[in-house]
Design a protein. Sequence first.
Length: 447
Amino acid sequence: PPSREPTLGLRFPEGFVWGAATSAYQIEGAAAVDGRGPSVWDWFSHTPGKIRGGDTGDVAADHYHRYADDLDLIKDLGLHSYRFSVSWSRVVPNGRGPVNPKGLDFYKRLVDGLHDRGITPMLTLYHWDTPQTLHEAGGWENRDTAYRFAEYAAVVAEALGDAVPTWLTINEPKTVVQNGYLMGHHAPGFEDPSAAYIAAHHLMLAHGLAVQAIRPHLGPATRVGAALNLHPCYPADASTEAIAATHELDGFENRLYLDPIFRGSYPQDTLDAIDQFSPMVSNIKDGDLKVIASPVDLLAIQYYTPYYVTGTGETIVRHPVTMASWQQNYPQGMTDILLRVKKDYGDIPLTITENGLPCPDRRSDDGAVDDANRVEFLRSHLAAVHSALEQGVKLESFHVWSLMDNFEWNSGYDERWGLVFIDYETQERVLKRSAHWYQSVIATNGI
Ligand code: PNW
């Protein structure tokens, strides 16, 4: 039945691509099935006290076993594009050495299943699940990890090649740096500013090496890029101090990752600041920036929240906060970040690979899940996307985070981000109100 949600009367350009996203560790489960090796997230989630409620990704949404049904669901929703990630330790269980054919087969079946249903796959090579053996050998502090990543990337590209038209290397290097190495609430759980920015460089190097490693296996029409979470930064007041502090934060949040890819250099002001607490710079070898700046075909942007910065460099809250304590609901930030990328980095094709929020979703007695907040959030953010399109941004697609409820990292299963509700007792899938609404958005190509 057509959705009865109110509409804003906004149409999207013909051919606009509608999708949803997931990642391997968050949905697959089957942690020790068919030869998968452990990843740093298995180790981290099994460490007492790290994850809310002691949850782990051992079973998650059991997508590894239920993928065929999930593909039918994706088809029912009418999605054009489905973004998923490959588990590195399923494909290369020890992070180096022998490839696990059963692991690769899973992704071949997944990609074939998408094509059978007329859905375009979008693949992320790394969504944070470093093989545990590589973590124990130093993880992202060890330059070698970047080379091992490129080897693994080539294995996946050789196996899937042009069946996947869009390849993304690293998901949100910044979140690994900040949440994993600085604040310690993601794997590997470090609070080590010195290590964090060594890791930052090696993550960027891994991106560049992977771009180079997969190109020979891909045809000219197949596209490669990185997935960056960008945060628009605004001064909290008009003082010169607040403006300066905002520029500084923007370096750490955005320019540190955008500049090396698109300008072939790290922002000098940010490097100078990092120099006070991390030997990042001495880990940058001759030629590294050329590798990191290997040409990409598109930029994948993930937008969740803005930052407001005071003259003393603190960030303050200006808008309603969602169930995720770090997220302010500010749709205009979406327009701003898209326009800013176009202005500062050129007219490169853009895709939005994540946007969404957690809601306290419950099933009511009639079995339905009424996530009215998600409908409102997505509608207002899509209006902001529409505004950016009208202002000439070359944006081709939008993916909701997430297709289904999943293991939300250190928040475990407590935060539900999906269009589709998962009953973790029965593994039943239920389309939420937002899923029905999104179906009609796709069907009408408008909001
Ligand atoms: C993203 N922040 O992470 C990830 O790509 C997903 O795996 C995750 O489930 C989703 O967003 C929701 O958290 C982020 O602090 C983590 O701004 C933190 C931030 C942004 C994105």
